[in-house]
Design a protein around this ligand. Structure first.
Ligand code: GLA
Length: 378
């Protein structure tokens, strides 16, 4: 079964946009292995938009741009596979890709055959230039069936940015993940808004088909295609971004330049505890604690049930100032008369504590405090 857990990998788009080529892809494949990303679980290397010539050839086939990929795509796919990685590519349900290249509307079976011949294991399928009276669901089930018809196991990564509430039907057309929002950019507001829009949409994100809240921006520091050359996020913000994607069990597709990540970003992206939370076998979305108290403005609080009777408690401070924040145990179902509390371990500092009387902690500006927890009785 594909996508038993949220898919993990790397995608060219966030940093490189149209500036992609064989050398970049092969160097990244090397780096994914040598720098420990594959061992940490990042197995898909995906080439996004801008890989082809601007027009199909006389036979109607999409042709890889020979300047960018002088040895063709099979050569690249074989190299990626030789490293023990899986290889992904990109097309679009409309008449053109978002960057204006030929795409698969009314060419689904022809293109799926080409992708299978190249040897892809993953197809990202976008939604630009979709005909005005086209049927979105039909477009996605058609490419899903076209991929199936090749006989090759190909993870179908649908990307329609939340159009027609994909959380209600993408699973039924055979997609293995579906983008539920518009594009992320390298700012705190971008990833916070994306998360806010999906907090109550994760019930349908489960083995076989996951809600994809877009690729990671960790370690971009304002460089690249979805940045504004303004320095990007700070380290605390990258930390909460990654931790929250893991808390929600979202697909983890790295968008930075894997070849040149600093140690902090590499350690964050390879944080075993966070990845284990993302990949937990029960794949449960976190439960959000709602509170109308004025003090809880600009705060998100969650408990996530993990397998093995463990939990994650998380407090996200969306304010640009440090605050002392409280997570009420009663609000997450551990009432005062229960006599129960939690043994807690801070996922970032390793600090351990036992609490029977709520969690009350300092949370950095735009930061998240996250604890692995065991329920205990007095
Ligand atoms: C859309 C998608 C992005 C990326 C670009 C490529 O905007 O949402 O993730 O694939 O297209 O053009």
């Amino acid at each position: 079964m594909l996508a038993q857990r949220p898919p993990m990998g790397w995608n060219t788009w966030n940093t490189f946009g149209k500036d992609i080529n064989e050398e970049l892809v092969m160097q990244t494949a090397d780096a994914m292995v040598e720098k420990g990303y594959l061992a940490a679980g990042y197995e898909y290397l995906v080439i996004d938009d801008c890989w082809s010539l601007p027009e199909r050839d006389a036979d109607g086939n999409i042709v890889p741009d020979p300047e960018k990929f002088p040895h063709g795509m099979k050569y690249v796919a074989d190299y990626v596979h030789s490293k023990g990685l899986k290889f992904g590519m990109y097309s679009c349900a409309g008449t053109r890709t978002c960057a204006g290249y030929p795409s698969s509307y009314a060419h689904e079976y022809r293109d799926a055959r080409m992708f299978a011949e190249i040897g892809i294991d993953f197809l990202k399928y976008d939604f630009c230039y979709f005909p005005q009276h086209g049927d979105c669901k039909h477009a996605y089930i058609t490419m899903s069936m076209a991929l199936k018809s090749t006989g090759r196991e190909i993870l179908f990564s649908a990307c329609n940015w939340g159009k027609e509430e994909p959380w209600n039907w993408m699973r039924s057309v055979g997609a293995h993940m579906y983008r539920s929002t518009g594009d992320i950019n390298d700012t705190f507001v971008s990833y916070k808004d994306i998360l806010d829009s999906q907090i109550d949409k994760f019930a349908m994100s489960a083995p076989g088909c996951f809600n994809d809240i877009d690729m990671l921006i960790c370690g971009m520091y304002g460089k690249g295609f979805v940045s504004f050359n303004n320095g990007g996020c700070n380290d605390e913000e990258y930390k909460s971004h990654f931790a929250l994607w893991c808390l929600f069990g979202a697909p983890l597709m790295i968008g930075g330049d894997i070849r040149n990540m600093n140690d902090l970003t590499r350690e964050l992206l390879q944080n075993k505890e966070l990845i284990a939370i993302d990949q937990d076998e029960e794949c449960r979305p976190p439960f959000e604690v709602h509170s109308n108290h004025w003090f809880d403005a600009d705060t998100r609080k969650f408990v996530k049930h993990l397998s093995g009777n463990e939990y994650v408690l998380a407090i996200f401070n969306t304010c640009p100032a440090e605050r002392k924040l409280e997570l009420s145990f009663d609000a997450i179902g551990v009432t005062t008369e229960s006599g129960c509390g939690f043994e807690l371990r801070d996922i970032f500092s390793g600090e351990e504590m036992t609490r029977f009387d709520n969690l009350y902690v300092d949370v950095p500006p735009h930061g998240v405090r996250m604890f692995r927890a065991k329920l205990i009785s007095k």
